[in-house]
Design a protein around this ligand. Sequence first.
Ligand code: FES
Length: 152
Amino acid sequence: MSSDSDIDKVAEELQSKVLVGYSDVVVDHAQNPRNLGSLPNADGFASITGSCGDNMEIWLNVKDGIISEVGFWTDGCGSSIVAGSMATELAKGKSLAVASRISQQDILGALGGLPEESEHCALLASNAVKEAIKNYLALKNEPWKKAYRRQT
Ligand code: FES
Protein backbone atom coordinates (compact mmCIF):
# COMPACT_ATOMS: atom_id res chain seq x y z
CA MET A 1 0.00 0.00 0.00
CA SER A 2 1.35 3.46 -0.92
CA SER A 3 1.87 6.02 1.81
CA ASP A 4 1.13 9.73 1.43
CA SER A 5 4.88 10.40 1.17
CA ASP A 6 5.17 7.89 -1.73
CA ILE A 7 2.33 9.66 -3.53
CA ASP A 8 3.93 13.07 -2.85
CA LYS A 9 7.23 11.76 -4.25
CA VAL A 10 5.60 10.47 -7.44
CA ALA A 11 3.69 13.77 -7.85
CA GLU A 12 6.95 15.71 -7.43
CA GLU A 13 8.75 13.52 -9.98
CA LEU A 14 5.93 13.91 -12.48
CA GLN A 15 5.86 17.68 -11.99
CA SER A 16 9.63 18.01 -12.38
CA LYS A 17 9.41 16.06 -15.66
CA VAL A 18 6.64 18.34 -16.92
CA LEU A 19 8.73 21.39 -16.00
CA VAL A 20 11.94 20.24 -17.73
CA GLY A 21 13.45 23.06 -19.78
CA TYR A 22 11.95 25.82 -17.64
CA SER A 23 14.07 28.12 -15.48
CA ASP A 24 14.36 27.50 -11.75
CA VAL A 25 12.35 30.67 -11.18
CA VAL A 26 9.49 29.37 -13.34
CA VAL A 27 9.54 26.02 -11.53
CA ASP A 28 9.51 27.81 -8.17
CA HIS A 29 6.53 30.02 -9.12
CA ALA A 30 4.71 27.06 -10.67
CA GLN A 31 5.07 25.06 -7.47
CA ASN A 32 4.44 28.00 -5.12
CA PRO A 33 2.41 30.69 -6.88
CA ARG A 34 2.64 34.00 -5.02
CA ASN A 35 -0.33 36.23 -4.28
CA LEU A 36 -2.88 33.72 -5.54
CA GLY A 37 -6.47 34.64 -4.77
CA SER A 38 -8.79 37.58 -4.43
CA LEU A 39 -8.68 40.55 -2.08
CA PRO A 40 -12.14 41.32 -0.74
CA ASN A 41 -13.35 44.86 -1.48
CA ALA A 42 -10.08 45.69 -3.26
CA ASP A 43 -9.21 49.26 -4.27
CA GLY A 44 -8.68 48.20 -7.89
CA PHE A 45 -9.82 45.19 -9.88
CA ALA A 46 -9.55 43.96 -13.46
CA SER A 47 -10.70 40.87 -15.28
CA ILE A 48 -9.33 40.54 -18.78
CA THR A 49 -9.24 37.95 -21.53
CA GLY A 50 -6.08 37.27 -23.52
CA SER A 51 -5.66 36.47 -27.18
CA CYS A 52 -5.88 32.74 -26.31
CA GLY A 53 -9.28 33.18 -24.67
CA ASP A 54 -7.98 32.63 -21.12
CA ASN A 55 -8.79 35.04 -18.33
CA MET A 56 -6.83 36.71 -15.58
CA GLU A 57 -8.11 38.73 -12.67
CA ILE A 58 -6.05 41.12 -10.56
CA TRP A 59 -7.01 42.76 -7.28
CA LEU A 60 -4.96 45.47 -5.67
CA ASN A 61 -4.95 47.69 -2.63
CA VAL A 62 -3.17 51.01 -2.65
CA LYS A 63 -1.76 52.94 0.27
CA ASP A 64 -0.19 56.39 -0.21
CA GLY A 65 0.22 55.73 -3.93
CA ILE A 66 1.99 52.40 -3.37
CA ILE A 67 0.53 48.98 -4.19
CA SER A 68 0.35 47.48 -0.72
CA GLU A 69 -1.41 44.21 -1.58
CA VAL A 70 -2.09 42.42 -4.83
CA GLY A 71 -3.76 39.15 -5.77
CA PHE A 72 -4.40 37.26 -8.98
CA TRP A 73 -6.42 34.41 -10.39
CA THR A 74 -6.40 32.80 -13.81
CA ASP A 75 -8.17 29.99 -15.60
CA GLY A 76 -5.30 29.85 -18.09
CA CYS A 77 -2.34 27.56 -18.62
CA GLY A 78 0.56 26.86 -16.25
CA SER A 79 2.52 29.72 -17.80
CA SER A 80 -0.30 32.12 -16.99
CA ILE A 81 -0.02 31.07 -13.34
CA VAL A 82 3.72 31.77 -13.20
CA ALA A 83 3.24 35.02 -15.17
CA GLY A 84 0.49 36.19 -12.80
CA SER A 85 2.59 35.19 -9.82
CA MET A 86 5.61 37.12 -11.09
CA ALA A 87 3.57 40.13 -12.26
CA THR A 88 2.07 40.50 -8.79
CA GLU A 89 5.49 40.14 -7.16
CA LEU A 90 6.87 42.84 -9.45
CA ALA A 91 3.90 45.14 -8.71
CA LYS A 92 3.83 44.73 -4.94
CA GLY A 93 5.43 47.63 -3.09
CA LYS A 94 5.77 49.72 -6.26
CA SER A 95 4.23 53.11 -7.02
CA LEU A 96 1.29 53.11 -9.42
CA ALA A 97 3.45 54.82 -12.05
CA VAL A 98 6.17 52.18 -11.84
CA ALA A 99 3.74 49.24 -11.66
CA SER A 100 1.79 50.49 -14.66
CA ARG A 101 4.96 50.17 -16.73
CA ILE A 102 5.53 46.48 -15.91
CA SER A 103 5.74 44.99 -19.36
CA GLN A 104 5.49 41.55 -20.89
CA GLN A 105 9.29 41.66 -21.31
CA ASP A 106 9.81 42.59 -17.63
CA ILE A 107 7.80 39.54 -16.57
CA LEU A 108 9.54 37.25 -19.04
CA GLY A 109 12.94 38.58 -17.96
CA ALA A 110 12.19 38.09 -14.25
CA LEU A 111 11.04 34.53 -14.96
CA GLY A 112 14.13 33.69 -16.97
CA GLY A 113 11.97 33.32 -20.08
CA LEU A 114 9.04 31.18 -21.18
CA PRO A 115 8.70 29.07 -24.33
CA GLU A 116 7.86 31.26 -27.30
CA GLU A 117 4.36 29.81 -27.56
CA SER A 118 3.71 30.88 -23.95
CA GLU A 119 5.11 34.41 -24.10
CA HIS A 120 1.63 35.84 -24.64
CA CYS A 121 0.71 34.58 -21.14
CA ALA A 122 3.09 37.22 -19.73
CA LEU A 123 1.31 39.84 -21.85
CA LEU A 124 -1.99 38.79 -20.28
CA ALA A 125 -0.50 39.31 -16.80
CA SER A 126 1.04 42.66 -17.74
CA ASN A 127 -2.24 43.91 -19.21
CA ALA A 128 -4.22 42.69 -16.20
CA VAL A 129 -2.01 44.69 -13.81
CA LYS A 130 -2.35 47.79 -16.00
CA GLU A 131 -6.15 47.44 -16.15
CA ALA A 132 -6.43 47.01 -12.37
CA ILE A 133 -4.42 50.22 -11.90
CA LYS A 134 -6.70 52.01 -14.41
CA ASN A 135 -9.71 50.71 -12.48
CA TYR A 136 -8.23 52.02 -9.21
CA LEU A 137 -7.66 55.46 -10.74
CA ALA A 138 -11.17 55.53 -12.24
CA LEU A 139 -12.71 54.59 -8.87
CA LYS A 140 -10.75 57.36 -7.19
CA ASN A 141 -12.58 59.84 -9.40
CA GLU A 142 -15.98 58.14 -9.09
CA PRO A 143 -15.88 56.16 -5.83
CA TRP A 144 -19.61 55.44 -5.90
CA LYS A 145 -18.97 53.03 -8.80
CA LYS A 146 -17.27 50.61 -6.43
CA ALA A 147 -20.67 49.85 -4.88
CA TYR A 148 -21.86 48.54 -8.26
CA ARG A 149 -18.84 46.40 -8.94
CA ARG A 150 -19.23 42.64 -9.01
CA GLN A 151 -18.47 41.33 -5.54
CA THR A 152 -15.26 39.34 -5.32
FE1 FES B 1 -3.84 31.21 -22.42
FE2 FES B 1 -1.40 30.75 -21.40
S1 FES B 1 -2.86 32.20 -20.76
S2 FES B 1 -2.33 29.80 -23.11
